[in-house]
Design a protein around this ligand. Structure first.
Ligand code: APR
Length: 246
């Protein structure tokens, strides 16, 4: 399942960059977006995950995020998240880029995940940009208001059509350019700028590994495609890498 080449690379001194998507959180009970149980099969993203949708119908958008925040508040990282946090301690240069907004990498101990699409448990004021961590949302379907200026609060996530926060872009560029070993884990590789990162890393000389339960548009470009659940594959890979050869 894991090539000798990959094991040897991981036993060496690689610059490791890992890009994760919704698939890494699937085994924690977080529905993915485009899989069989995908969220976008039930909802239209442009109706609930865009700035226009929020201006048009903030109550509906808040209802959607209130539901997702209530699910995500209680979920736990799975062995895939924990193993990535352990890998981070093994290498001098290690970067984690995530498209996920569930905060599970941080809960699992990853020090500074690059959160390309923000964090659903963080909210901010539309007017004065004051940030609110894990607010107690009003029970009724009201729109939470800023206690500093009275403006409407919104979830601190990147909606379709919005730009990635500059800090996350700058950090992820560095992670892509410096990688000698790049993992794309649990992402359908459909959404930019994340989707092009694995290919740009490979074009820059990195060895590209894709881990997914099914092939994606990225698979033909990967040096290795490893089929399976990330929560099972990652702990197994780490045990092989750290196994003392007797
Ligand atoms: N292990 C590994 N991969 C898995 C697992 C698993 N246990 N379960 C599902 N997958 C794979 C699916 O096969 C799919 O390729 O995870 C991928 C999830 O793809 P998407 O649902 O499209 O999620 P993602 O790639 O993260 O979407 C990117 O799109 O909707 C926007 O902002 C949203 O960040 C999201 C972005």
């Amino acid at each position: 399942m894991f090539s000798d080449n990959l094991i040897n690379l991981l036993r060496g001194d690689p610059v490791v960059t890992i890009l994760t998507g919704a698939g890494i959180s699937a085994e924690s009970g977080v529905p993915t977006f485009r899989g069989e149980d995908g969220i976008w099969k039930k909802f239209k993203p442009e109706e609930i995950a865009s700035f226009d949708a929020f201006i048009r119908n903030p109550e509906l958008v808040w209802e959607w995020y209130r539901l997702r925040q209530s699910i995500i508040k209680d979920i736990k990282p799975n062995p895939g998240h924990y193993t990535i946090a352990e890998f981070e301690k093994m290498y001098k240069k290690f970067y984690l880029i995530t498209q996920n907004v569930d905060g599970l990498h941080t809960k699992a101990g990853s020090r500074e995940p690059i959160e390309l699409h923000g964090n659903i448990m963080r909210n901010r004021c539309m007017d004065c940009a004051k940030e609110y961590l894990e607010i107690e949302l009003p029970a009724e379907a009201a729109i939470p208001k800023c206690d500093a200026c009275g403006g409407m609060l919104r979830p601190d996530v990147v909606w379709f059509g919005e730009s990635i926060p500059m800090n996350a872009l700058i950090r992820s560029e560095k992670a892509v350019n410096e990688a000698t070993l790049f993992f794309s884990i649990g992402t359908s590789a459909q959404v930019q700028p994340a989707a092009s990162m694995p290919i740009r890393a490979k074009n820059g000389g990195a060895y590209l590994i894709e881990m997914n339960i099914e092939e994606t548009d990225l698979t033909p470009f990967a040096d290795e495609f490893i089929a399976g659940k990330s929560g099972e594959l990652l702990p197994e890979l780490k045990s092989l890498v750290t196994m003392i050869e007797n």
